[in-house]
Design a protein around this ligand. Sequence first.
Ligand code: 13P
Length: 258
Amino acid sequence: MRQPIVAGNWKMYGDRASSAKLVDAIVAGLDDKTARVQVLVCPPAVLIPHVAAKIRDTEVGLGGQNLSEHDGGAYTGEISGSMLADAGCTYCIVGHSERRAYYGESSALVAAKFDAAQRNGLIPILCVGESLDEREADRTESVIAGQLDAVLAETGVAAFASAVVAYEPVWAIGTGRTAAPEQAQEVHLFIRQRIASSSRSVAEGLRLLYGGSVKPENAEGLFAQDDIDGGLIGGASLKADQFLEVCAACMNVHGASR
Ligand code: 13P
């Protein structure tokens, strides 16, 4: 059975005051409608201790947005997996398309970060996804296969037993353009089959999240797809009411199943 997840990626937004307000409202709004869903927030690194204090003794989990591939050392400006774990994180996003595009993160580096997260007891949320040009050139599957295979080559398939994969088509991120549920499902199924070709049981248990302009209005249709186990939410995770509605949509669909 796959436990659904809704994770809020706050990106580079917020300060102590606004994040306190946001997280307090999320905690207050979670009820039995969302009980089976693992709800996560991924704040900017400097806000993690502050948010950790706010969610202590609640069901809300905490994730980092990025980590170093190294465990420690002279790497100015970097944050290690052990630091994130020590600050209260249990998850960490790796290979977000914004990191791949703006900070030159290659699939090999992303694979090293995935490994670093697991070495430090964090569950990596591996982001994969194609750009608009790649989709239009009919390269979606080959791009995603390459992104997955780089990690499989580094860690082996067994590592995916304690990982999450998020499909985030680059053209749908922050654009208001969401993949149609069937379009997203097609890629999710491809991802599960790619992992299944190495291990069927790992593939069956792997949680696959969709990300890219998920909103209360479209969440349920996406989450209803067979291979969509939740969402990685950007913009809508910065508004407590919207985020809670997305969590509730996930619970409505996944209720007692999977
Ligand atoms: P939006 O929900 O703002 O499109 O962002 C998606 C995303 O990048 C989550 O990681």
